[in-house]
Design a protein around this ligand. Structure first.
Ligand code: GCO
Length: 472
């Protein structure tokens, strides 16, 4: 046998299009899986309060039980181990760790998370910890929430508590998850907690999220026990911190110049509004100018804090929208409107556009040049009904994931520093305002019995991970 063929056999079916240090993971978030909101001294979060508002969440559902992971975490770790992931992205619950929003940390919750982190490490799984995935203590919401500057300071303190309490067990950190959602979707569109419709408040919330992030970056530098965590492929014990964003970069409806221009403007709200200040470029004037009533409550020193150097940017990608140019009007102050896309859609009604991920990665790489990029969420909701034999044949999810991983391969080949991929989500869970009606998991959860059942996609993804990429 020629030696090249020998080598190919020796490597088995390992895909060499992903660099050796590429990380394979899966993601969840505290409110979506934990349940037992009040156990071990936990307090109401803004999502507990919001879920109780009539009409806020589909069918009046809430996160009281969710996947019961607060009790069933050992089973969850077994599922992660069975999947063979190298990393697990999950979030800490602010309302558990600081039930009063400030002051003395709650020992019982800290002990729980420490046990959990230790068990992950013992299973050889690297923890990627999201400090904030939207469940802040409701008492802080009652004091004004993110539109108030105090919230940024409280968040900075909370992040510092997390780094000090868990820094010896985790060295991959994410400050915020999708601040677009916890500002604009929450305080302007009213779709997420606390469900307000106040644009000015929402833009103050944007600034205070970013300021909170900047304060967390300062705390991180001060509080991290460097290099003390035993496992890890991402830099082998070298601490890293970043932020996770859901950028919105719509594509133009046609190749006409005005549509291209409109698409570029349409990208400002969920992209430049966050990426520009994080990279020291201030807030996008073009965007703010379209809303004369708005002002960002910037104080001296804020923008420098916000622009602290990041180790990576995490991108959550699900879909891509389409916009076309229209005359500026009260209804369309930025001169564009979204139009329907004719791609196949997932259960969420989101068009399936892997090419949008390629475009997003290129634009981010070329415009802001982050040191490293991770896909921190990617996945889809499918109907996922178990067959008579109890098996969930979720071929649509496998097709979705495959097409997006192909894009990742291409991006790496183009020289984009994409370093890892976290599928969303390990298991079906509480999908925010959609309650339990949308299933994103690799594992099916029967919410009546809490029986967890790996779907076909779980077995497929396990093979992808074992082969370090798609079959070649
Ligand atoms: C988000 C969150 C996740 C969601 C997922 C599917 O993007 O909204 O980060 O918590 O569950 O994205 O919608």
């Amino acid at each position: 046998m020629p030696s090249s063929l020998n080598q190919a056999f020796a490597r088995g079916r390992r895909n060499d299009r992903f660099p050796d240090d590429f990380i394979w993971g899966v993601a969840t978030a505290s409110y979506q899986i934990e349940g037992s909101r009040r156990a071990d001294g936990g307090a109401d979060s803004v999502w507990d309060a919001f879920s109780r508002k009539p009409g806020a969440v589909l069918g009046g559902m809430n996160g009281d039980l969710a996947c019961d992971s607060w009790n069933r975490w050992r089973e969850d770790i077994e599922l992660l181990r069975g999947l063979g992931v190298e990393a697990y992205r999950f979030s800490l619950s602010w309302a558990r760790i600081l039930p009063e929003g400030r002051g003395k940390p709650n020992r019982a919750a800290i002990d729980w998370y420490r046990r959990f982190l230790e068990a992950l490490l013992a299973a050889g799984i690297e923890p990627w910890v999201t400090v904030y995935h939207w469940d802040h203590p409701n008492c802080l919401e009652e004091e004004g929430g993110w539109p108030s500057r105090d919230m940024a300071l409280r968040y900075g303190e909370y992040a510092s508590v997390c780094f000090r309490e868990f820094g010896d067990l985790a060295d991959k950190w994410i400050t915020l998850n999708e601040p677009w959602c916890s500002s604009l979707l929450s305080y302007d569109r009213g779709f997420h907690a606390p469900g307000l419709h106040d644009k000015a408040a929402a833009y103050r919330a944007v600034h205070h999220h970013l300021l909170g992030h900047g304060l967390a970056m300062e705390a991180w530098k001060a509080d991290t026990p460097i290099g003390s965590v035993p496992t890890g492929k991402a830099g082998k014990g070298s601490p890293q911190i970043g932020i996770v964003l859901n950028l919105g970069l719509p594509r133009p409806a046609t190749r006409r110049e005005e549509d291209k221009e409109a698409a570029s403007r349409a990208g400002d709200e969920a992209t430049a509004l966050f990426m520009d200040p994080l990279h020291g470029r201030g807030y996008p004037e073009r965007h703010l100018a379209a809303y004369p009533g708005l002002s960002m409550p910037v104080q001296p020193g804020d923008m420098e804090k916000i622009a602290a150097a990041l180790d990576f940017i995490g991108l959550n990608y699900y879909s891509e929208s389409v916009v076309e140019a229209v005359p500026v009007s009260k209804e369309h102050p930025e001169g564009f409107r979204e139009i329907e896309s004719f791609h196949d859609k997932t259960e969420m009604g989101w068009p399936i556009v892997p090419g949008g991920l390629a475009r997003m990665l290129r634009i981010v790489h070329e415009t802001w040049k982050p040191k490293a990029l991770y896909i921190t969420e990617n996945g889809c909701a499918c109907p996922d009904l178990p067959d008579v034999d109890g098996r969930v044949r979720d071929k649509d999810r496998i097709d979705y994931l495959r097409s997006h991983l192909e894009v990742c391969e291409e991006a790496i080949a183009e020289g984009i520093p994409l370093k890892g991929y976290f599928e969303w989500s390990l298991m079906d869970n509480f999908e925010w305002a959609w309650g339990y009606s949308k299933r994103f998991g690799l594992v099916h959860v029967d919410f009546k019995t809490q029986v967890r059942r790996p779907k076909d996609s779980y077995n497929w993804y396990r093979e992808v991970i074992a082969g370090h990429g798609l079959e070649t």
